[in-house]
Design a binder for this molecule. Structure first.
Ligand code: F6P
Length: 431
């Protein structure tokens, strides 16, 4: 969907660009960075140098900029197969202009000093909110800047885009791991472990948990139970389902989302800390659920928390995901040089079989702070599995492999030189 009415169009002369990674990183966020930098290099008359913020927006506020022009074409190309955030990411929420004008004035001071006219912000929901706020400073504070958000989040919860770069690779890792661990427990179940629990990410949206469902295709296949944040946890129903699976299949594999909560909203497991956005840090629901099973049903169990392994797993990335991550970075630059302000490149699904997609600009205002959760018709009536519609949606997103090169038996990932741009300002800023 394109929205030319809410986004401002303007032509800008040769200016530098600022690119930042924001929020939790993914296996493919660097592919978006490669898309931005390689595309910008093809437009030397519009974009001078791409400066990357060291640790995201913090790099802009502290004038800690990385000169990407000093990175070789080979390094930028290798970002496409390198996980993590090569430039450093940050969880940092800009307040509104009215609440903290000083932060915006500081941004402009830094942008002006380095002649930055393009702002590319690569992140999830909260980051699109930041991108939107920055897109507004042009008019509010009289500094011309073209701002484009670049979608990224393993949680897959941004609206208007069919999926979010980063998700397909986590989905693939979780589906693969669930299938492999299920084969292991099936071998052991007669005399040893009967229950295996895999905890996956996804704070408020169960997309990653749903992806675990791709591991099997028949009712008897693992996972036998999926716990979604979208469905309030019902302990008796859960235990009955686990018992039924052990009675009929000999074992039970459970995929549990870190965001699983009771009907009153309490998470089953909350680490007790909060991030800069006020989100509870989650983690540990896997052992909570496993203990519940042991105490009530007495089954021997193993559990695993996929945690950072899942979002760093570039070795088993989805080819589609890598392609889309690169494409949104490339499109962001193309939109920006066409003067599209306050937009985000969204992935539009044209068909599922064969899978066809395109990129269109959507307004940041419609994306910021909106969470897309798993719709009820993607979850089976009993609340513990995925439907055929969900499978149709998910399958194309994990399609294909894009293995990184290997050296001495390990993936050969790149590290940037990360050379700093010489500071021009006398003033400093403390986060
Ligand atoms: O960015 C999304 C996410 O990966 C969530 O699924 C997870 O809850 C969170 O980030 C973890 O964040 P952090 O790495 O800051 O603890």
């Amino acid at each position: 969907m394109s929205n030319k009415s809410t986004a401002t169009r303007r032509k800008t002369p040769l200016r530098n660009a600022f690119y930042a990674q924001s929020g939790g990183v993914t296996a493919v966020i660097n592919a978006s960075a490669a898309g931005v930098i390689e595309t910008a290099r093809r437009y030397p008359r519009q974009i001078g140098t791409v400066y990357a913020g060291r640790h995201g927006i913090i790099g802009a506020l502290t004038e800690d900029l990385i000169d990407t022009s000093l990175e070789s074409p080979a390094t930028i190309k290798a970002l496409r197969h390198t996980p993590s955030g090569a430039f450093g990411s940050a969880r940092f929420k800009l307040k509104g202009l009215e609440q903290n004008r000083a932060e915006y004035e500081r941004l402009i001071e830094v942008f002006r000093a380095h002649d930055i006219g393009y702002f590319f912000y690569n992140g999830g929901n909260d980051s699109m909110d930041t991108a939107l706020k920055v897109s507004q400073i042009g008019e509010a504070l009289g500094y011309p800047i073209t701002c484009v958000g670049i979608p990224k989040t393993v949680d897959n919860d941004l609206p208007l885009t069919d999926c979010c770069p980063g998700f397909g690779s986590v989905a693939k890792y979780i589906a693969v791991s669930t299938r492999e661990a299920a084969m292991d427990v099936a071998s052991m179940a007669r005399t040893s472990t009967k229950v295996f629990v895999l905890e996956v990410m996804g704070r408020h949206a169960g997309w990653i948990a749903a992806a675990g469902g791709l591991a099997g295709s028949k009712a008897s296949d693992a996972p036998h139970v999926i716990l979604f944040p979208e469905i309030a946890f019902d302990k008796p129903a859960f235990l009955a389902k686990v018992k039924h699976s052990v009675d009929t299949n000999g074992y039970c594999v459970i995929v549990v989302s870190e965001g699983t909560h009771y009907a009153d909203g309490r998470f089953l497991a909350e680490a007790g800390t909060r991030d800069a956005f006020g989100h509870a840090q989650l983690g540990g629901v896997g052992p909570v659920v496993a203990n519940m099973v042991k105490e009530e049903l007495g089954y021997k169990y193993h559990w695993a928390v996929a945690d950072y392994l899942q979002r760093a797993a570039r070795h088993i990335a989805s080819k589609v995901d890598v392609e889309q991550a690169y494409a949104v970075g490339k499109a962001a630059v193309e939109f920006a040089i066409a003067g599209r302000n306050a937009v985000m490149p969204a992935i539009i699904r044209k068909s599922s079989k064969p899978y066809r997609w395109s990129i269109e600009a959507v307004p940041l205002a419609a994306v910021a702070n909106v969470e897309k959760t798993v719709p009820r018709n993607f979850i089976t009536a009993d609340g513990f599995g995925i439907t055929a519609a969900c499978r149709r949606y998910l399958e194309p997103l994990i399609a294909g492999e894009d293995y990184p090169p290997y050296k001495n038996g390990l993936p050969d990932y790149v590290r940037i030189k990360g050379k700093s741009v010489r500071r021009k300002l006398k003033t400093t800023w403390k986060p």
